[in-house]
Design a protein. Structure first.
Length: 686
């Protein structure tokens, strides 16, 4: 007998985009066989992706087909202070009940309905399109989305006029690169490719970071300053650039406003003063200034970790001035990159996509997401408005990621709070929902993306049909609007129609659809001869809103709060674990197996002073709360600072708490951002 012929495999390639909160925004090549995704790769033809993906996203199919994936609507059957129990319900039953409850609240005051979302997807369609239209139609409360980057973003707006900077690819030509507050190998992989190319060509790489990261290991030099002292270091560098004459006076005169005032402030920060505040040597300040002042082209890759402290906004303003002092912007391989999102803002069309006109003149109150714990526990008042009665969470996991978990948890456990969560998995937040609605992943829906790390626009086409009963965010809000009797036609527009509205005429939607990405047409050295997007066309040392920048110390530090530091003498930062992205991927077993368990890194001198040994379980605590994790005595921690790697889900952590049990809800100096790294703790044996 002849052997049966093997079944033919139906195989196709779909082009997509990585949806996660990362500056790389990679172009994806998705291989589908028999209607199942079998491989996720980077597209080789996309310039900044160049075929490479991080470990996390290369395993994206594992996340989509995860055995614990939510595939049907669930309704809570337990009290919120009890272990969570849910029962499956139909979509019609779930949306009908949600609609009735929201209608009753909206009849009293729609501002008592609070959306809560962030960058679980960075997509413009599955992020804030139909969702924004829905909440604008209701007149619901607004959300100030501050938890990651708002201090740095507002600082760039105040200094440069927009969130603009260097082009990613030209870092390969730089002769000196300061990698400031960024573990690029873990969180900005494709920048690191260009930086490494510059290194092979003879460039010097200097890492400025409290933690000795994997990136610091690969740089020529590491400067381990204390958390929250970056502004002081920038002022010390300015002092040395001035007194040694390492300035491009012509660029300052022509393209920088209020430099004489800023010059006087910088001269008050000699290296000795800066070094004392930063916890480094005076020589380190002098040598760094010499390198920066005498090497061209010099580039700075600034990242958002350093602005998650009380003075984060002022620190970014000060660092952003450094390339202007030395004329680095004259070169395409010189300048600074924190965010490129201002370039993309020139082609985005949020008015069409989000429809703020649906508010019809109403001005609902705004709640800062970084203080959601306080907001949920606040009673109604003339100043605050009504108490939050309903919370709709999508693209976020606030019970894990928001600061001061104790308050956040108490808010979510309110028996009178009605909570709906759109999710892929039963996260810490979903565990406290009244309804959990299954959402699609990036492999199952249409979206379009911009980037804050490069200057391309990307499209993501669905590779497979939604699994189970999962629906895209857009479809969930369409159906909820119908159940609530909201009949504006814009609430029912298709995802394809939304994609066509997402950008101005500068982006051809058909070209984007056929290619999968479109590069913005921008000058190589955009500010070589000024032309800054400020009212004057010049960089602003003095902001009309914020005055001159200065070093603003942490709320919690040995210098600013000595009494608190006597009880909790260690500064704690909580950078992301390498194989997680915020709280995403924590439940992907292969990635969690690589991470092992929650860790805290501590310098040997601090461990010895407390009688703590490597590998033992310890307790990290302050007046806000405590958590347990495994101690790693490591040179990655500098003396006086511990590194609590996050963000683990609480229920996957020893003792049921993660690093946000001890972080604070205080806000940054400008931008109203979160201050995760402005945190004093003590560590003891568990």
């Amino acid at each position: 007998m002849n052997a049966p012929e093997p079944a033919l495999t139906a195989s196709r390639i779909v082009h997509g985009a990585c949806p996660h909160d990362c500056p790389d925004t990679c172009a994806l090549k998705i291989t589908v066989e028999n209607e199942r995704v079998v491989k996720v790769q980077g597209r080789a033809e996309h310039p900044s992706t160049h075929g490479a993906l991080c470990t996390k996203v290369s395993r994206y199919a594992e996340r989509t087909y995860h055995p614990e994936r939510l595939l049907q609507p669930l309704r809570r059957t337990s009290a919120k202070h009890e272990a969570p129990r849910f029962e499956p319900v139909s979509w019609d039953e779930a949306l009908g009940d949600i609609a009735r409850r929201l209608q009753a609240i909206a009849a009293r005051d729609p501002q008592a309905i609070q959306p809560y979302s962030y960058a679980g997807t960075m997509g413009l369609i599955q992020g804030e399109s139909i969702a924004a239209r829905f909440f604008n139609t209701l007149g619901a409360a607004r959300l100030d989305r501050t938890i990651c980057a708002s201090a740095g973003a507002e600082a760039l707006n105040a200094t440069y006029g927009s969130r603009v900077g260097m082009h990613l690819r030209f870092f390969a030509e730089s002769r000196l690169i300061l990698i400031w507050g960024s573990n690029s190998i873990a969180s900005n992989l494709h920048f690191w490719t260009y930086a490494n190319q510059a290194k092979r060509n003879g460039a010097k790489l200097i890492c400025i970071d409290p933690r000795k990261t994997e990136t610091a290991d690969k740089c020529h030099q590491h400067i381990a300053l204390l958390p929250g002292t970056d502004g002081a270091l920038a002022l010390g560098l300015m002092h040395e650039l001035i007194v040694n004459g390492w300035l491009d006076q012509d660029y300052l005169d022509r393209h920088v406003d209020a430099w004489p005032e800023m010059r006087e402030r910088a001269l008050q920060w000699p290296p000795a003063r800066a070094a004392e505040v930063c916890g480094i040597t005076e020589q380190a300040v002098r040598e760094l200034a010499r390198e920066y002042g005498t090497t061209a082209p010099a580039a700075i890759r600034l990242n958002y970790g350093m602005q998650r402290v009380h003075g984060g906004g002022n620190a970014v303003r000060l660092i952003a001035l450094l390339p202007c002092l030395v004329g680095a912007w004259r070169h395409r391989a010189g300048g600074l990159l924190l965010s490129a999102s201002g370039w993309a803002a020139r082609v985005k069309n949020p008015q069409a996509l989000e429809r703020p006109d649906l508010l019809a003149g109403r001005q609902p109150r705004t709640v800062n997401m970084s203080a959601i714990g306080e907001a949920l526990l606040r009673e109604a008042s003339p100043e605050f408005g009504p108490r939050i009665e309903a919370l709709i969470v999508y693209n976020s996991n606030p019970v894990a990621v928001a600061p001061d978990t104790g308050q956040v948890l108490r808010g979510f456990q309110r028996p009178d709070l009605f909570t709906v969560v759109l999710e892929h998995f039963m996260t810490d937040t979903a565990d406290l929902a009244d309804y959990v609605l299954p959402a699609t992943t990036q492999l199952e829906h249409l979206d379009v993306h911009t980037s804050y790390g490069h200057t391309d626009v990307l499209r993501n086409d669905p590779a497979i049909a939604p699994l189970g009963q999962a629906k895209p965010n857009t479809q969930i809000f369409r159906e909820l609007a119908r159940h609530m009797g909201l009949d504006d036609p814009c609430l029912q527009e298709s995802d394809e129609a939304l994609a066509a509205q997402a950008f101005t005429a500068a982006i051809d939607p058909e070209l984007l659809k056929s290619q999968g990405f479109v590069s913005l047409d921008l000058p190589e050295a955009p500010f070589a001869d000024g032309g800054w997007p400020t009212p004057s066309g010049k960089v602003q040392c003095r902001s009309p809103l914020y005055g001159l920048p200065d070093h603003v110390p942490n709320r919690e530090s040995r210098l600013s709060s000595p009494a608190l530091a006597a009880r909790y003498p260690l500064a704690m930062i909580s950078p992301p674990a390498r194989n997680f992205l915020n709280s995403s991927f924590v439940n992907v077993k292969s990635l969690r197996d690589i991470e092992g368990e929650p860790l805290v890194e501590m310098h040997a001198s601090d461990a010895a002073a407390r009688g703590l040994e490597h590998g033992r379980m310890v307790r990290i605590f302050n007046e806000r709360g405590s958590l347990q994790c495994r101690l790693h005595v490591s040179e990655r921690a500098r003396p006086g600072v511990v590194n609590g790697l996050g963000v683990w889900w609480r229920k996957l952590s020893p003792g049921g708490e993660n690093v946000n049990a001890v972080t604070q809800q205080g806000l940054t100096d400008i931008g109203g951002g979160a201050t995760f790294y402005d945190c004093l703790v003590e560590v003891a044996g568990a």
